[in-house]
Design a protein around this ligand. Structure first.
Ligand code: NAP
Length: 338
């Protein structure tokens, strides 16, 4: 591997490091050298890092993928290209970009990324804050709705848990695809955000009997598609609400659940999983082309959570808040510059 020599590499940067797996408190603000990159990689000067629930699963040490310690958390960021390896043709210094995965972690002033997981950010339409909300949320919404559910215009979809990072973009993408969108949130603020994202019908998943109201609105035929953010709580309800030949796509689940499998027989419906990390290089290319186009269109409006401001000095709070919030309101972002 040829390591690129650059004046930036002599610099010390602010970053967050995790030296031992554990609770949010293991996220420590540190000063470390700017990371080195090889001839095939890019160095990004970050502006914002997007926080996703998976960042906390990885940090806790319970996730299937465990980084070598110490590591810098975060996969989503926005920023500008600070330097490129000599074999990189896709980007040049100064380009505005966002990432969905990086080599060195996004909770830092600089990170190294592979070009195929780095994407142009259309700053004519989107801010750097919004750019940090695109990576995992947009690509997961795309994979769930288009690749897994094979959604078609005119179908009905329930985004079950629509107020967070993945949910808000799922609502926007589903509307763009021409679906009739049913969606849930757990607070008044969440409901407002989901409404602004374009959902046709909105319900509070913390109220009793909300599924009865959904069925009253959708009709006896049920929902063609359900994108599920908390399957361990909702899978049985989903089986009751889905239509004959419907598709339930599990995006999130945080435990086990008892279901009545006979519903799958009676309806010949499908329960399938969605895992963004299973995307192949051709999937990333397809999704990259789609997001380049979609960034030009006014419907794509990543929702930045304004509940609190975060910086590299309180990433521990962001990790804690995303898992125990009173209610999601879009995507949490960390300001990585001073
Ligand atoms: N499979 C994959 O590749 C993949 C990729 C990205 C994310 N995920 C997972 O997908 C889930 C959502 O991700 P995210 O980034 O959108 O997280 P987030 O921003 O933290 O949002 C969580 C969402 O879950 C909702 N929720 C809470 N209780 C619920 C309930 N009883 N029924 C339905 N929804 C409920 C929240 O609503 P309120 O807060 O308004 O109650 C909120 O809309 C997470 O579990 C995450 O780990 C999976």
């Amino acid at each position: 591997m040829v390591v690129r020599s650059s004046p930036l590499l002599q610099r010390i940067m602010n970053a967050v490091q995790v030296a031992t797996f554990g609770g949010p408190e293991v996220c420590k603000a540190v000063s470390i050298p700017t990371p080195s990159f090889d001839s095939t990689q890019v160095l990004i000067k970050t502006e914002y890092a997007g926080i996703n629930p998976v960042d906390t699963y990885i940090r806790s040490g319970t996730y299937a993928r465990k980084p070598k310690l110490p590591y810098t958390p975060g996969s989503d960021c926005s920023g500008t290209i600070a330097a490129v390896g000599k074999d990189v043709t896709e980007f040049k210094e100064g380009d505005s970009v966002f990432t969905v995965r990086t080599v060195t972690g996004t909770c830092a002033e600089y990170c190294v990324a592979d070009p195929h997981l780095t994407f142009p950010l259309n700053t004519d339409r989107l801010s750097y804050q919004q750019g940090a909300c695109l990576g995992v949320p947009y690509f997961t919404a795309y994979r769930a709705l288009i690749k897994r559910a094979q959604a078609k215009a005119g179908e009905s979809v329930l985004i079950h848990g629509a107020s967070g990072g993945v949910g808000t973009i799922s609502v926007q993408l589903a509307k763009h695809l021409g679906l009739k969108v049913f969606a849930t949130a757990g607070t008044e603020n969440g409901i407002r955000i989901v409404k602004e994202s374009g959902a046709d019908f909105i319900y509070n998943h913390r109220t009793p009997d909300y599924t009865k109201q959904i069925m009253a609105d959708v009709g006896d035929a049920g929902l063609n598609i359900i994108i599920e953010m908390l399957a361990n709580v909702n899978l049985q309800k989903d089986l009751e609400m889905v239509s004959a030949n419907g598709r339930i796509v599990i995006v999130g689940s945080r435990g086990d659940v008892n279901i009545s499998p006979r519903f799958t027989m009676a309806k010949e419906c499908t329960i399938t999983g969605c895992m963004l990390g299973k995307s192949l290089e051709e999937d990333w290319r397809e999704m990259g082309d789609a997001i380049a186009e979609h960034q030009k269109q006014s419907w794509l409006k990543p929702v930045v959570s304004l509940a609190k401001e975060y910086s590299l000095s309180n990433v521990d709070e962001a990790h804690s808040d995303i898992m125990s919030s009173a209610g999601a309101s879009g995507n949490l972002v960390i300001k990585t510059t001073q």
